[in-house]
Design a protein around this ligand. Structure first.
Ligand code: ZN
Length: 267
């Protein structure tokens, strides 16, 4: 439980210290007592800051406490990676995959082991159509404050389903909800596994037009674009896809798979 230890260190320890110092101030003689109380209050005042730092670390797309994290690739080449999270699900498969096939676009699908277990044929179809599979955990539960063994199992079970679908090569990972802390970083670092975030993610509760506008305004060479095309609630995302692909092309940005984009790192 590395995450718990980390939180105790960052938040609970200063709080306990603040309380102890303040108590000492209460019992002591003036003016020393006043000084102790002031020190205690100062320590207490750092707590919101500790909590904000902690929250920022858990949600960070660019910083991780160990291991390697990437949210975009610095490159002069006019390419972007489309990454589709969650699923796969059969219902919208023809709409999503049919469009990509017609447009000659290959994408990277961060799938869950659970969905892939339910729809193994869909996993094989994704690989056969030239797309790349990546690991988005087995159950899509938050991977903070979890045991190391639990996290390793989430990764391994999903890897197995991805391999069964025919995927070859390294399997990148993206944490469910993009949430991570020390424990997950340690597991990823131990496995030498790249953690892939994103630098473009529109508000997918918006209209198809707004989703399209947001992607096209923010995408630039080396961008990793995050979209959720699978669920019933994300009809707007699916409706936006044709205009997103056309708009990227109009800006001279060619979608490539994540391994193709990552190969440009340092180049
Ligand atoms: Zn997800």
């Amino acid at each position: 439980m590395l995450d718990l230890l980390f939180v105790l260190l960052v938040v609970a320890l200063p709080a306990a210290l603040a309380f102890a110092v303040w108590r000492r101030g209460r019992g002591g003689a003036r003016p020393a007592g006043r000084t102790w109380r002031a020190v205690g209050l100062c320590l207490l005042a750092t707590l919101p800051l500790s909590a904000a730092v902690l929250r920022g670390l858990v949600r960070s797309r660019t910083t991780q406490l160990g291991g390697e994290l990437v949210s975009r690739v610095e490159t002069g080449q006019k390419v972007v990676a489309l990454t589709f999270d969650d699923g796969p699900h059969p219902e919208p498969a023809d709409e999503v995959l049919g469009l990509l096939q017609r447009e000659g676009v290959r994408a990277t699908f961060f799938v869950t082991g659970k969905a892939l277990t339910r729809h193994p044929q869909l996993g094989r179809r994704l690989v056969e159509e030239g797309h790349v599979l990546a690991n988005h955990s087995f159950s899509h539960a938050r991977m903070v404050f979890r045991s190391r063994a639990w996290m390793e199992e989430e990764l391994a079970r999903t890897d197995a389903r991805i391999r069964e679908a025919g995927h070859q090569g390294p399997i990148p990972f993206r944490a469910p909800f993009g949430k991570h802390l020390l424990g997950l970083s340690a597991v990823l670092a131990n496995e030498g596994r790249l953690h892939v975030m994103w630098d473009v993610a529109p508000d997918e509760d918006a209209s198809a037009e707004d989703i399209t506008r947001s992607v096209l305004e923010n995408a630039r060479p080396g961008s990793i674009i995050l979209l959720h095309p699978w669920t019933r609630e994300r009809a707007a995302t699916r409706a936006a896809l044709p205009a997103v692909l056309a708009g990227l092309r109009a800006r001279g940005l060619t979608p490539v798979t994540l391994p193709e984009l990552l190969a440009l790192r340092g180049g």
